[in-house]
Design a protein around this ligand. Structure first.
Ligand code: NOJ
Ligand code: CA
Length: 804
């Protein structure tokens, strides 16, 4: 007996199910006499004959007309299938299979059956279609609204959603890794709990989180939401291809239904007993879209469709990491020429400001800044401005010496004296450098050394102001040879009352990407909406933050980075900004605290996190004492031919192996060489590693063509506050071939967990904080070798393996 049967105790019409290509998953579409009024529809998802999602409602509540939840008749059900392999411009693997079976259900609310303020439904039928795609690793569906169907105009032309009614009915009180539902930030630690505990852990879920935050319910959570059933099934709810639509949050609903004790299956049912009456408990999520300033949740104009709603179902945690469900549901690349898009390994004048060592602002003179009026030329420098010519040159020298592609510089433009928390409209112009930042000269200096500068556009969440300046700002970038921008949306969105994830603001982020592509600019947007796989269509979107990243320093819980690949990274790469070799922030500023990781943990992130844009975030002077460990960051690639997910458990650990994509190894350097002042023949350090070029002067890139790349792999591992030993079988290496492995491992006494930590909710660690301890060993390995690797609390490891 289960709740689903109890409530849905009306006889539905069930249609021929849709099956996944491997036959293990089944999707049932049903039409009901009740309970949402006659003619409501639902779906149910089974795996291996067992329900994963029980009968769950579909549809919408609308403004100014009857809802799209009942009075449907099923007009037609069509089946189709698709199987292809496509090549992403960059990614975790060179070839991605997109294989699914599809079912398109056409629903009609017949003329006169529902009421509308404009009377359209008295004259024309209402048509809504639901397109289901069933993959081996999950279900996706979306709603579609054609302009005409069967030669008749749809009564839905321009329509406004009050709410999307999609439900996700869950078969049990699953374990979930969640962040609180929000209209403005995803910068939260994850909480691991049972679904039923979300409400009581609401406050804890918000601890140390981002600003501004706008919640809507104690039971609200964001997607991608990773869950695990008591049977060990991994279920992940997210969305794909969110365009011209608000972001989906979920709200937990716990229903309790009185049940006769005789029918209770006490071993399997979730129930409570009150006053001698048993109640069956059931858990489901309802959709809660981010409203716009006027409260609408989607202003639609046919023909149109919603984003895909996705339910990934996997037997193993590593299969979740392997899934390409979200990317596959996005449209193919929209750009004809992608030759200008390339992976980027970069450093930045950034951590100086985040850590408090230096400032974004140039002066402390101005409590108020008005663009075009404030006189910076005569202002007194505060002596702590990070983006000054000398300091930028110091970073360029270091990045160039160690084979990086690019350098980000924040705080280069006027306005930083008066931005944060002010919510000004005219906040930055993205054009005017500070007096001590010589933009043309620094770009020339960088290009001649083989480095690109990365532009920074902090919009301060004034999307109106950013759009005002965007074209000029992108032109300036083109003029000086910048080909990548990091943008930011810190603060309350302007126009006021919009959230960060409402439909109009989601449209802004997309506009910024599309306009950037016209200028051959790659975008890494921070605080923008979390991605939903749009990088397949717009591969110039090379990164996003849109989650709690390194900037949260000691506030990041151990295990956070072992959750993100299951959740945030499902939609696209994250600019997590790893590589902090001096995690004791107290050594930088008196108020600094200890970050919770070892150096080897940071190395492991370069492999366990996928991003074609990867940063070495710390100061050059923090790398200098550990150049032998820094070598891994220099050698590691950022774009992949093959990825193998060796072991993983959300929130605990991840071990991943990746083989670099040789064709993109030196693409950044080649792109730089095409600039008139760009240094020719630069070879990135990863290229050197893969080709085994030891002599840093001997070769230019044109000579590389004569060499053969060696079979190369990188392995990374990370763990939470628990130390762990993992065994990694190298059976993915070519048989009979000898390789040299360089193993970067936590030392015996290494420990990334400060024993003073009050931020970690449960641990009983006895080791002293020693994030710096590591060992580096070289050894010959073959496909028969098994490596035993030990990770310290909050530790990790990295291995580079190259054919001899
Ligand atoms: C927040 C971003 O995430 C961070 O990387 C950046 O430095 C600041 N905003 C300032 O723009
Ligand atoms: Ca941020």
């Amino acid at each position: 007996m289960s709740f689903a049967n109890a409530v849905w105790a009306f006889e539905p019409t069930t249609y021929k199910p849709l099956k996944s290509p491997d036959g293990r998953m089944e999707l049932y579409f049903k039409w009901w006499q009740a309970p949402f009024g006659k003619g409501s529809v639902s779906y149910e998802l089974m795996r291996d004959g067992k329900p994963v999602i029980y009968g769950s409602q579909l549809g919408f509540e609308l403004e100014w007309r009857d809802d799209l939840v009942y009075n449907f008749v099923v007009k037609k059900i069509e089946f189709d299938s698709f199987n292809e392999v496509w090549q992403p411009v960059w990614g975790e693997e060179a070839n991605i299979r997109n294989h699914y079976n599809e079912m398109l259900v056409t629903l009609e609310q017949p003329v006169g059956k529902v009421k509308s303020m404009d009377g359209s439904t008295d004259k024309r039928p209402t048509i809504m279609q639901i397109r289901f795609r069933l993959y081996d690793d999950g279900l996706a569906f979306r709603y579609e609204f054609p302009m005409r169907y069967d030669g008749v105009d749809n009564a839905l032309v321009c329509f406004w959603f009050k709410e999307e009614m999609t439900r996700f009915g869950l078969k049990g009180d699953h374990t979930a890794w969640w962040i609180p539902g929000d209209y403005d930030t995803q910068e939260y630690n994850y909480t691991e709990s049972r679904l039923s505990q979300i409400d009581s852990l609401y406050e804890m879920g918000h601890e140390h989180g981002g600003w501004p935050w706008t919640d809507f319910s104690r039971r609200g959570v964001q997607t991608a939401l990773q869950m695990k059933t008591d049977d060990g099934l991994y279920i992940n709810i997210h969305e794909a291809a969110t365009l011209d639509y608000p972001t989906m949050n979920l709200e937990l609903v716990i229903d309790s239904t009185p049940i006769d004790m005789a029918y209770l299956d006490t071993a399997h049912d979730d129930y409570v007993i009150k006053d001698n009456q048993a109640y069956l408990l059931s858990y489901s999520f309802r959709t809660h879209l981010c409203p716009d300033a006027a409260g609408y949740k989607g202003r639609m104009q046919a023909p149109c469709h919603t984003p895909w709603r996705t339910i990934m179902v996997c037997d193993k945690a590593t299969d979740v990491l392997r899934s390409r469900l979200i990317l596959n549901l996005n449209e193919p690349c929209a750009l004809e020429d992608v030759s200008w898009i390339h992976p980027v390994k970069y450093m930045g004048v950034w951590w100086e400001m985040i850590s408090g060592k230096s400032t974004w602002n140039y002066t402390d003179d101005f409590p108020s800044v008005k663009l075009g009026e404030t006189d910076y030329e005569h202002a007194k420098p505060n002596g702590k401005h990070g983006a000054n010519n000398d300091n930028v040159r110091r970073y360029i020298d270091f990045a160039a010496k160690h084979g990086f592609d690019a350098l980000l510089i924040e705080g280069w433009n006027i306005g930083w004296e008066d931005w944060y928390g002010k919510q000004k409209d005219f906040v930055f112009d993205f054009l005017t450098p500070y007096p001590d930042f010589d933009l043309p000269a620094l770009n020339k200096y960088a290009h001649e050394k083989g480095i690109r500068l990365i532009m920074h556009h902090e919009s301060s969440a004034s999307t109106v102001n950013y759009e005002r300046w965007m074209e000029k700002a992108y032109n300036l970038m083109n003029q000086y040879g910048y080909d990548a921008v990091k943008s930011g949306y810190v603060g309350t969105i302007i126009p006021f009352a919009e959230g960060h994830y409402s439909q109009p603001i989601n449209n802004h982020y997309h506009y910024a990407i599309v306009e950037a592509a016209k200028h051959h600019i790659m975008v890494n947007a921070h605080e923008a909406v979390r991605p939903t796989g749009l990088c397949r269509t717009w591969p110039n979107m090379i990164g996003n933050e849109s989650a709690m990243g390194t900037e949260f320093r000691e506030r990041i819980h151990p295990g956070h980075t072992a959750i993100l690949p299951f959740t945030r990274l499902q939609g696209g790469p994250m600019d997590y900004t790893p590589g902090i070799f001096e995690p004791d922030m107290g050594k930088i500023v008196p108020w600094g605290q200890k970050m919770q990781h070892t150096i080897c943990n940071q190395l492991g992130l370069y492999v366990t996190f996928y991003s074609p844009l990867q940063m070495a975030a710390d100061f050059p002077e923090h790398y200098e004492p550990y150049m032998d460990a820094f070598q891994f960051i220099k050698d590691v690639a950022v774009d992949w031919d093959t990825s193998i997910y060796i072991a993983a458990e959300p929130g605990d650990y991840i071990v991943t192996a990746r083989k670099p994509k040789v064709s993109s190894l030196n693409k950044a350097a080649e792109s730089l060489a095409s600039l008139p002042d760009g240094k020719k023949g630069v070879i990135s350090n990863a290229t050197r590693y893969v080709y085994g070029i030891e002599d840093t002067n001997a070769l230019t890139h044109s000579h590389i063509n004569a060499l053969k790349p060696r079979d190369t792999w990188y392995i990374g591992g990370i763990t939470d506050e628990e130390s762990r030993e993992v065994e990694v079988k190298l059976d993915f290496l070519k048989p009979g071939v000898k390789y040299e492995a360089t193993i970067y491992a936590d030392a015996k006494d290494a420990c990334g967990l400060p024993n003073t930590s009050t931020l970690t909710h449960s641990h009983n660690n006895t080791l002293e904080y020693n994030p710096y301890g590591y060992t580096i060993t070289k050894k010959t390995v073959t496909s028969k070798t098994t490596l035993k690797l030990k990770m310290a609390p909050c530790g990790g490891f990295a291995v580079s393996i190259r054919e001899r």
